[in-house]
Design a protein around this ligand. Sequence first.
Ligand code: B12
Ligand code: SF4
Length: 507
Amino acid sequence: MRIILINPPLDSVIRDGHVDPVTSYLFYNSAPLGLLYIAAVLERRGDTVACVDAAAELLDIPRTVQRIVDFAPDIIGIGSTTVVFDGAVELAKRLKEALPAVPVVLGGYHVTLLPEEAMQHGCFDVGVIHEGEHTMLELVEHYEGQRALEDIEGIVYRRDDGAVHHTPHRKTFRKLDELPFPARHLLPPNLYKPVPVDEHAMPKFAMVTSRGCPHACAFCQKSRTGYRSRSPVAVVDEIEHLVRDFGVRDIAFVDSLFCANKRRVMAICDEIIRRGVKVSWTCSSRVEVVDKEMLQRMKDAGCWRTRFGIESGSDQVLDFISKGITKEKIRNAITWAHEVGLRPKAFFMVGHMPDTHETIQETINFAKSIPLHDVTVQINTLLPRTPQMEIWEREGEKWGRVINETTSEKSFWEPTFVPWGLEPDDLIRYHRQFYREFYFRPVTLARHLEGIESWRDVAKYVQASNLFSFLFYNAEKPSLGMVRNFVKTMVKGGEAQARAEAHEYVG
Ligand code: B12
Ligand code: SF4
């Protein structure tokens, strides 16, 4: 059969024809591996598969529809997260006009989390819950006339009377080594561009070595999703495939938690070293699962950065969001990572339910007090089916108010939930202030200067100046005034100055 798989267009492209700097860096800096895994199992079956990453190609709806029509598919698959779901709906509606006889299958996070709501739109024929490889194979058999829809586990569909029907839950697939490598040849590799501070060597590809997460952080949708991992040999086989067949020089392991199991991580590192694979890589971790021996082995095997979810610098907030870590554990892990040369990066959020002016400032101060090389800061957003959303539904008004019910591309960068005692503008201001106080310091600048080895490195910072001006000043484009302020702040080395100036630029 002919099957086309789509990463849907971005709202801002549909609406305005362009994207802002944050979206441009954070919404399509790596390939949609979920779609590519599905493509790979279909190709292995003998189907003819195409993949269109409309988000990365900045396609609007008509151009995406045209690409799909040109392919003349028998089945269309769309994978959607929550924040791009509106675009997925609009696309599916237009496809129902252009190709009314072709079934549209929806997969990915949003339909998994909110199946009833997703199927209400009437433009999707079937929704696939959770991981889709085996379900999609069975759906193709259904459309070939070999299998009844109601016999396929893990789907939702609308019955003739309009009611949404759920089939029984599909057992979690554990034998990840049996899956083929993602069909990366279906997408142009040069589409994906990392954020400048994450660009180490190009080409850089994403890869995933495990699925799910055993932890239960309150804001996260991967909370308690059952951890499974691939064997070290299979992992390094894929690394070699990327190096050999795509010339890859840097890999981002995008597992929810790459470092979940020390023995496995050590075995992967040993296998990379044993085979002499020449590649650098980065991965995600939690502070309490690493020790110095493990970090050193990772460094020896080519790791150049570890990413840690820290989220807050207040023990009380960390406790509330069930992060299961303390400031002491954070300090130890970040110090070890820095000492072995792993250039640690951390994720933080402002606007946690119990956040106050004091806890946010405590978080900013804490981030500056540990040897981090980079930070990503987002504004807390209540996503469906997270423990945090359950708290909101149970006792939300005790903690704050929701000022914007919709989740969109701007969520995480514009306030949607605001804790009592804070105003929406406070969150925007602290968000920018966090970046400015962290980056406008001689020590951070020095860490970045150490990483500059060529004119190409300089060029990547210049290219990203619009992202920096957005993060530091809430402005779409850099101006001379901003550069002057930056230099002034660096010369004074005064973080209070950075704090004061943050107010001037809140737009
Ligand atoms: C890598 C990554 C990215 C990459 C690539 C995204 C992509 N399209 O794959 C980039 C950097 C671009 C990205 C951006 C964003 N991300 Co992101 N990202 C991830 C991450 C870490 C890994 C995704 C991955 O490759 N998983 C491995 C593959 C194999 O699994 P999978 O994607 O789930 O795919 C399976 C199923 O979902 C299903 N499936 C998926 N698509 C389809 C399609 C069909 C037709 C079918 C049948 C099935 C199906 O089958 C797949 C194979 O089993 C996840 C967390 C995680 N560990 O999963 C967050 C995650 C997906 N991201 C998230 C978010 C919020 C974002 C951003 C909004 C940025 C931000 N503020 O954090 C943007 C939104 C981008 C967008 N276009 O929607 C959330 C999504 C929450 C939600 N409800 O939507 C997640 C879950 C993180 C989290 N813990 O909350 N992300
Ligand atoms: S934030 Fe990370 S550790 Fe916590 S539940 Fe999500 S994926 Fe797991």
